[in-house]
Design a protein. Structure first.
Length: 188
């Protein structure tokens, strides 16, 4: 092997690694769909718009891998911190923290955790665990309206509002989808 062949092999290996890691990122993102939107968005956005392909440059592959590593590191650190701070029974509270902030990596400050606990209590009050209810679109819409109004008030009371009044709220969008899933879950 000469230096030209070594250079080509290195470039092809780097492209192969980057493309393989892109597939892993996509699979990790898919695991979050319909379950953990803040993490899904984090994994979808952590590499920006750079996606490796067969003709990617060495520089682009290195930049992609560096961004992906930082994204996975932030996600991993967040999950480790979540496991240390919350018991399994409090997973909804930890997840609500992410939804209220609209992102991961916020370190779970106490005021955020308290806000999330209040929102979780409202969700349990409106839709108690293992409750029997007739699932229909009208009932879901009514429940969501009541829940989002109360969640919005709680977030504002804790001074955690990250959007302007009258504009779309990503945190309320996340909470809407979370509560909608809870409403439509199979009842046992």
């Amino acid at each position: 092997m000469n230096t030209y062949e070594a250079k080509v092999l290195l470039r092809q290996s780097l492209i192969c690694l980057a493309m393989s890691m892109e597939q892993i990122r996509l699979r990790e993102t898919e695991k979050c769909i319909g379950y953990d939107e803040p993490m899904q968005d984090h994994l979808a956005q952590c590499t920006s718009t750079k996606v490796p392909y067969e003709m990617s440059s060495v520089e682009d592959c290195c930049e992609y891998l560096n961004r992906l590593y930082k994204g996975f590191e932030e996600a991993s650190n967040h999950e480790i911190q979540m496991e240390k701070k919350f018991k399994m029974a409090d997973f909804d509270v930890a997840h609500i923290c992410d939804m209220v902030m609209g992102y991961i990596g916020h370190d779970f400050p106490e005021d955020l955790v308290e806000c999330a606990r209040e929102i979780n209590d409202v969700a349990d009050e409106l839709l108690p665990p293992f409750s029997k209810h007739i699932q229909n679109d009208k009932g879901c819409k009514k429940l969501l309206g009541s829940f989002l109004k109360k969640a919005d008030e709680i977030i504002k009371r804790h001074h955690l509002q990250t959007w302007k009044d009258g504009e779309y709220s990503l945190p309320l969008g996340y909470l809407h989808d979370w509560m909608r899933r809870k409403y439509w879950e199979e009842q046992f």
